[in-house]
Design a protein around this ligand. Structure first.
Ligand SMILES: NC(=O)c1ccc[n+]([C@@H]2O[C@H](COP(=O)([O-])OP(=O)(O)OC[C@H]3O[C@@H](n4cnc5c(N)ncnc54)[C@H](OP(=O)(O)O)[C@@H]3O)[C@@H](O)[C@H]2O)c1
Length: 258
């Protein structure tokens, strides 16, 4: 299928938080951007699409969604292919950028309390999911160095908490794979963003009160958690810089320097 003159952006995990903020920023900063959001929850997706339509500067932008679960290892090839096909059908063209901000966390933070099944469940959305989507994605993407894939990581991988070893092993696995993906996908580019603390539904789960939020804030150079549009700028840089591939981009408020 031929590419269009538009920038078709697929945001996997785009119904809230950093993914939604990235979609918003793409609409205002990429020439003639179209957006398709993917997540598990139809209601959240409809709300997110309505929010993007209300704020988009381009009235003719396509803003749509696809319901999909990216965590199920057993059916992952079929699930990912279905998402990619649905996105291409919505865009009526190939995909230019894939942003992956879908996440999953185990019920307990410490590896000691987790079975291998618990860890495999996290791996579905954290390791196999992005690798499968990107691997299959090449044939649905515009074959150009203007195209990109951007995955999401976090500072916990570089500053691991005690007891998180087995989990971090799974959550960090794709980082080294990104360099291989950059080689496999070329000229399409592949990068990943390392995120510090941003106030989203996900952070609220780990920091349910102000004291816990302050602890995350104090672990940055700015003594503050980030705004989601500050995270989104890192994904935009990955989409826009057509000579950047296999790279790590940090948006962490200097947390890795503290
Ligand atoms: N916020 C932070 O401080 C922080 C720090 C480090 C790393 N990160 C990473 O940044 C990414 C974005 O997180 P966020 O903070 O923006 O959290 P968020 O608001 O909870 O966003 C997560 C997104 O992933 C979707 N999702 C979850 N499970 C999914 C599944 N199985 N299949 C498809 N979509 C799924 C969610 O939508 P549905 O609920 O509708 O499925 C939602 O759109 C995550 O990978 C997270 O681990 C965040």
């Amino acid at each position: 299928m031929a590419s269009s003159a538009r920038a078709n952006v697929l945001v996997v995990g785009g119904s809230s938080g950093i993914g939604l903020a990235t979609a918003k920023l793409a609409l205002t900063n990429l020439p003639r951007a179209n957006i398709v959001l993917v997540s598990t929850n139809e209601e959240k997706l409809q709300k997110a699409v309505a929010e993007l339509k209300a704020t988009s500067p381009n009235e003719d932008a396509l803003i749509d969604h696809v319901v999909g679960d990216v965590s199920r290892i057993a059916s992952q090839f079929n699930d990912m292919e279905a998402i990619l096909k649905a996105a291409v059908a919505r865009f009526q063209s190939t995909i230019d950028h894939i942003i992956w901000t879908a996440g999953a966390y185990p019920h307990a933070p410490k590896s000691d309390h987790l079975t291998n099944d618990d860890i495999l469940e996290v791996a579905g959305a954290r390791l196999f999911g992005p690798l499968t989507l990107v691997n299959l994605g090449k044939k649905y993407m515009t074959d150009s160095r203007k195209s990109s894939v951007t995955l999401s990581s976090g500072i916990a991988i570089y500053k691991p908490r005690p007891g998180s070893g087995r989990l971090i092993g799974i959550m960090s696995g794709f980082e080294s794979a990104v360099r291989a993906l950059a080689v496999d996908l070329a000229p399409i580019r592949a990068n990943f963003v390392v995120l510090g603390p941003f106030r989203t539904a996900m952070l609220d789960r780990f920091a349910p009160d102000e004291a816990a939020i302050k602890a995350y804030a104090d672990a940055t150079l700015f003594k503050s958690v980030g705004e989601v549009d500050e995270a989104a700028e890192a994904y935009l840089a990955s989409m826009r810089c057509s000579f950047m591939t296999g790279s790590r981009i940090d948006s962490d408020g200097g947390a890795l320097l503290c």
